[in-house]
Design a protein around this ligand. Structure first.
Ligand code: NAD
Length: 300
């Protein structure tokens, strides 16, 4: 049994903390939202009065927060300075999807204090978090990655070491930029065929067995009525919010600017998802981008 501190019990962090508790670990939790803490207690976690109390005396601490500013504000001296509350040798695992600079800044500050740090963003969404089937994409020392593996395996199925500090975030941004591109492309191809009289389910089957096949088409089809158990089957509720995709595409663009990389497809995808969010769709699943291609708002 490992003593774990877990900060950030939202859509992803809540079920991840629950899976650690289910595996028999002692999980001290904190979130700014009281009902998120209550849900975690019901799942076997231990409530802490604040973030400092949650991480004090823990061998491993995990953060699952919205963005880089939240992660920096939690761990660094200009914020709550919680790195200072950890015992020497503790392992900090940040699972949030954040900018590479923030990940490296917190990682280096942790190392300077004799702590271990990995950036470990995840893929697999809310369903993967609940089922314990997430993919973890890790940056940091191999030894720290290996030390984290038994705990990550309580929450995920695929564990990858992407490279040095920050590499987890870089790989995650590359993946999500590609995801945005093939989701928008899939929506566009389906809308084109349907407008010309094709059945979206038949067209999906044809493209799924042809060279246009991809994850968005085959596993997360954006057209309502084609697939069960995807956000398109429930008016795009749950899943991966458009505003989080916009955030991730912004991170990918910043990365491209940093390395002078050309990302024309990513930039176009960012504009499409931004436009969709600006039309009031930010809280709906990102596959609702299909509505941008339709003459009316709801294809159902
Ligand atoms: P969320 O907004 O549901 O959860 C974030 C939680 O952090 C909230 O409950 C909030 O109250 C809490 N929080 C914020 N600041 C805090 C602080 N200082 N102390 C304690 N708690 C604090 O977001 P989410 O969907 O769980 O996503 C978390 C991260 O995972 C994001 O970086 C997101 O990009 C990434 N992610 C999300 C998904 C998804 O499908 N939702 C998939 C992969 C990765």
């Amino acid at each position: 049994m490992t003593r774990i501190g877990f900060i950030g019990l939202g859509n992803m962090g809540g079920p991840m903390a629950a899976n650690l508790a289910k595996a028999g670990h002692s999980v001290q939790v904190f979130d700014l939202v009281a009902e998120n803490i209550e849900r975690a207690i019901a799942a076997g976690c231990i409530a802490a009065g604040d973030a400092r109390e949650a991480v004090t005396s823990c061998e491993v601490v995990i953060s699952m927060l919205p963005a880089g500013e939240h992660v920096r504000a939690l761990w660094l001296p200009e914020g709550q300075d919680l790195l200072a509350a950890l015992p020497e040798g503790a392992l900090v695992i940040d699972c949030s999807t954040i900018d590479v600079d923030s990940a490296r800044q917190v990682g280096e500050a942790a190392r300077a204090r004799g702590l271990h740090f990995i950036d470990a963003p995840v893929s697999g969404g809310v369903a993967g978090a609940a089922a314990g089937t997430l993919t973890f994409i890790v940056g940091g020392d191999v030894a720290d990655f290996e030390a984290a593996n038994p705990l990550l395996a309580c929450m995920g199925q695929n564990l990858f070491h992407a490279g040095a500090l920050g590499a987890g975030q870089i790989a995650k941004m590359c993946n999500n930029m590609l995801l945005a591109i093939h989701m928008a492309g899939t929506a566009e191809a389906l809308a084109l065929g349907v407008k010309e009289g094709l059945d979206p389910a038949v067209l999906s089957t044809i493209m799924g067995k042809s060279s246009g096949n991809n994850w968005s088409l085959e596993r997360y089809n954006p057209w309502p009525g084609v697939m069960e158990n995807v956000p398109a089957a429930r008016h795009y509720q749950g899943g991966f919010m458009t505003r989080l995709m916009v955030k991730d595409l912004g991170l990918a663009m910043a990365l491209a600017e940093h390395g002078h990389s050309a990302v024309p497809m990513g930039a176009l995808a960012r504009n499409l998802f931004n436009l969709h969010a600006a039309r009031g769709q930010g809280s709906r699943d990102f596959s609702s981008i299909v509505e941008l291609y339709l003459d009316k708002q709801d294809p159902a």
